[in-house]
Design a protein around this ligand. Structure first.
Ligand code: SF4
Ligand code: SF4
Length: 500
C-alpha cells in the first residue's frame, strides 16, 4: 500500500556541522531522528516531524534547520495541498480530524484594522513615567445607584468582586491538557502579578490549593473535579458553557493523558477518556442557568463572583443579555480564533465569530438595555499583545484572558499538536520525562515578565491618548478608528473610519 501522506516539514542537517551527539534523537518525543551506527550518519523520518523546533533549539552546533516541505501536488486553485492531505488522512482513519491551538486559517483579525488615537496639542498626553497611571480593575456587578442607609451613610455593601492589578488574566487551561509544571507556572505568576489563572475543566491539584486567592475554578458540563472544597478555595467560579475554539461541543481529553495525579484532580479513573458532554444536561434555558449560578453562590455563601463563559456565536448579544439577567457577575466571551488542547479541525476552523465583533455587539446591547453595570465583560480568543488589550477595552471589555500568548511565553512553538500529548517543550503533556523540561521557576518568571511588559505598554498607550486609567478607556470607542473596513463592520464595531 503506498503512503499517500506527505510530510509537512523537511529536516535539513548540515553534515559538516553535525558531531553525532544525538541530542536531537534524545530530545524528540516524536522519534524523528535516529542514528545509523554502521554508516555513522544521522537519519530523519520527516513524516513524524511536527515542526516544534525542539531539536533546532538544542542542537549544539546549529546543524539543523526544519523547513516547510517543498514537494507539492499538481497546482489546483480549488483543491489545496491541505484539502487533499486531509482526505487521504480520513480515507485512512475513518475518523474526525483533530487539531490543537487556534485556527491557522487566514480569518479576519479586526484588531489589525483598528488604530488607536493619540493626543496632539489641545488635549495633552500624559507621561506614565512621571504621572500616576491606574491599570487596576475590578470585575463584578456594579451598583446602579448610590445607596445610603437611614443615617445617611454610604452603603458600600458591594457584591463580591475580583481585583486585578492589570486587566489581564490567564485563561482556562486544564491540568491534564497542560502539565503540572505549566499549571504551577501560571498559578505562581498570577499570584505574584495580582491577577488570576483559571483551572479549566480539570479540577485542581491539591498542591495548588495554596494559590486559591488567585484561582478561578471552572464548573463545566462534565463536572470533573467539582466538590465543595474546590469551590471554597477559589476566588471566583466560572461556569463553562462554551469555548471559542469549539463552540457547541464538549471537551475531550484522551485516556493517555489521565495519569494518576490527573485522575485524582478530575475524580475519574486512570486511563479513561475524559469526555464532557456538549450541553450541561441541567441547562436548557436562562432560568436553568440562573439556578446553577445561584446554587454555586449559595454553596459559597455569596462570597464569590460567578463567571459564565460562552463562545462567540451569531446571536451572542441576545445570549449575553440573558446571562446578564441570570445573576452572573461576569461574562467571559471566547472568540473564534481562541486556542484549545484538542478540537475537531472542522469545528475549530468553521464555527463561531471573531471576538472583536462579538464584544462590540454585546457591549452595545447591554448598554442599550441599561444592564451593562450588571456584569463585567472579559474577552478571550487570540489576544496577542498589549495593543489588542487596549483595543478590546476601548470596544467595551473590562479585562482580557490570555491563553496562547501565555503558553508561548512558556516556550510553546505553536506546532499545534497538543492533542498528541507529546509536547517537546513540557507544556501540553503528562509524560514525566517531558514535563520536567519546563522549569516552573523559570516559567513563572517569564509569565511575570510578559504581563509586566504589557502593563508598561498599556500605560504608554493610555498616556498617549491623554487617559490615566483603564476605567476611563472602557467602552471609549472614540479612541478607535477603522482602516479598510466596510460600513457594516464599522457599524457593528461602533467606530468611525480613519480620517473621520
Ligand atoms: S543535535 Fe545537532 S549535532 Fe547533535 S546529532 Fe542532532 S543534528 Fe547532529
Ligand atoms: S503546547 Fe507544545 S504541543 Fe502544544 S502547540 Fe505548543 S509546543 Fe506544540
Amino acid at each position: 500500500m503506498p503512503n499517500y501522506i506527505l510530510p509537512d516539514f523537511e529536516v535539513e542537517r548540515r553534515d559538516d556541522r553535525c558531531i553525532r551527539c544525538r541530542v536531537c534523537e534524545r530530545q524528540c518525543a516524536n522519534e524523528v531522528h535516529s542514528y545509523d551506527e554502521e554508516n555513522d550518519v544521522m537519519l530523519a523520518d520527516e513524516l513524524k516531524c511536527v515542526g516544534c523546533h525542539r531539536c533546532v533549539a538544542l542542537c549544539p552546533t546549529r546543524a539543523l534547520k526544519i523547513v516547510k516541505y517543498s514537494g507539492t501536488f499538481r497546482e489546483n486553485a480549488n483543491w489545496s495541498n491541505q484539502s487533499i492531505l486531509e482526505i487521504y488522512k480520513q480515507a485512512e482513519s475513518g475518523g474526525v480530524l483533530l487539531s490543537s491551538m487556534g485556527t491557522p486559517n487566514p480569518c479576519p483579525v479586526y484588531f489589525d484594522k483598528i488604530l488607536i488615537n493619540a493626543s496632539q496639542v489641545t488635549n495633552p498626553s500624559i507621561d506614565p513615567l512621571r504621572e500616576p497611571m491606574e491599570t487596576r480593575v475590578f470585575l463584578g456587578k456594579r451598583p446602579q445607584n448610590i445607596e445610603r442607609d437611614e443615617t445617611g451613610k454610604l452603603n458600600n455593601n458591594l457584591p463580591p468582586q475580583l481585583e486585578l492589578s492589570v486587566p489581564i488574566m490567564f485563561s482556562a487551561m486544564s491540568y491534564g491538557s497542560i502539565s503540572y509544571n505549566a499549571h504551577e507556572s501560571l498559578a505562581r505568576a498570577a499570584t505574584e502579578l495580582g491577577i488570576y489563572y483559571n483551572t479549566g475543566e480539570g479540577g485542581l491539584h491539591e498542591d495548588f490549593y495554596k494559590y486559591g486567592p488567585n484561582t478561578i475554578v471552572q464548573v463545566a458540563s462534565g463536572r470533573f473535579g467539582v466538590h465543595k472544597g474546590y469551590l471554597d478555595v477559589a476566588a471566583a467560579i466560572e461556569i463553562k458553557m462554551g469555548q471559542g475554539a469549539k463552540p457547541g461541543i464538549g471537551g475531550h481529553l484522551p485516556g493517555e493523558k489521565i495519569t494518576e495525579d490527573v485522575s485524582r484532580a478530575r475524580m475519574i479513573p486512570v486511563g479513561t477518556d475524559a469526555i464532557s458532554p456538549a450541553p450541561h444536561h441541567d441547562i436548557y434555558s436562562i432560568e436553568d442557568l440562573r439556578q446553577l449560578v445561584y446554587s454555586l453562590k449559595e454553596a459559597t455563601e455569596y462570597k464569590k463572583p460567578v463567571i459564565v463563559k460562552v463562545a462567540a456565536v451569531h446571536n451572542i448579544a441576545a445570549i449575553a443579555s440573558g446571562i446578564a439577567r441570570s445573576g452572573a457577575d461576569i461574562i467571559a466571551i471566547d472568540g473564534f480564533r481562541g486556542g484549545t488542547g484538542a478540537a475537531p479541525t472542522r469545528i475549530r476552523d468553521n464555527v463561531g465569530i471573531p471576538i472583536e465583533l462579538a464584544l462590540a455587539s454585546v457591549d452595545k446591547r447591554l448598554r442599550d438595555e441599561g444592564i451593562r453595570g450588571n456584569v463585567s465583560l472579559v474577552v478571550a480568543g487570540s489576544i496577542r499583545n498589549s495593543a489588542d488589550v487596549v483595543k478590546a477595552i476601548a470596544l467595551g471589555a473590562d479585562a482580557c484572558y490570555i491563553g496562547t500568548a501565555a503558553l508561548i511565553a512558556l516556550g510553546c512553538h505553536l506546532c499545534r499538536t497538543c492533542h498528541l500529548g507529546k509536547c517537546n517543550w513540557g507544556i501540553a503533556t503528562q509524560r514525566p520525562d517531558l514535563v520536567k523540561r519546563l522549569n516552573p521557576e523559570i516559567g513563572y518568571k517569564r509569565l511575570v515578565n510578559l504581563v509586566t511588559a504589557w502593563q508598561h505598554e498599556i500605560k504608554e498607550l493610555l498616556g498617549g491618548m491623554g487617559i490615566n486609567s483603564i476605567e476611563a478607556l472602557r467602552g471609549n470607542r472614540l479612541m478607535l478608528r477603522g482602516v479598510g473596513l466596510n460600513e457594516k463592520e464599522l457599524e457593528i464595531l461602533g467606530i468611525k473610519h480613519a480620517g473621520e
